[in-house]
Design a protein around this ligand. Structure first.
Ligand SMILES: [Zn+2]
Length: 84
């Protein structure tokens, strides 16, 4: 019996070709099984989220929000002093 190949098409950078790996489950290889792909996507999304959270831009944006809140609070306090 001929071994079943993974049914995923992969992009080589120039053209699409069928995945050369043997299918292990539901007609997909270990790399391309939808469960595995979803898991990898989830993981890469989590990594992106963490990277974004720790990026200087994101930190600066959070800081700006905090300062805006503080600014509003101080304005409110000033108003209470001047217009009690
Ligand atoms: Zn594959």
């Amino acid at each position: 019996m001929k071994k079943e190949k993974c049914k995923k098409e992969v992009w080589s950078g120039f053209y699409h070709h069928p995945c050369p790996r043997n299918a292990v489950k539901d007609g997909y290889c270990r790399q391309h099984h939808p469960d595995k792909v979803a898991g990898r996507e989830r993981l890469s999304n989590d990594i992106k989220k963490i990277k974004w959270k720790n990026s200087p831009l994101s930190i600066a944006m959070r800081k700006i929000k905090e300062l805006e809140k503080e600014n509003d609070e101080l304005k409110k306090q000033l108003n209470e002093i001047y217009y009690p």
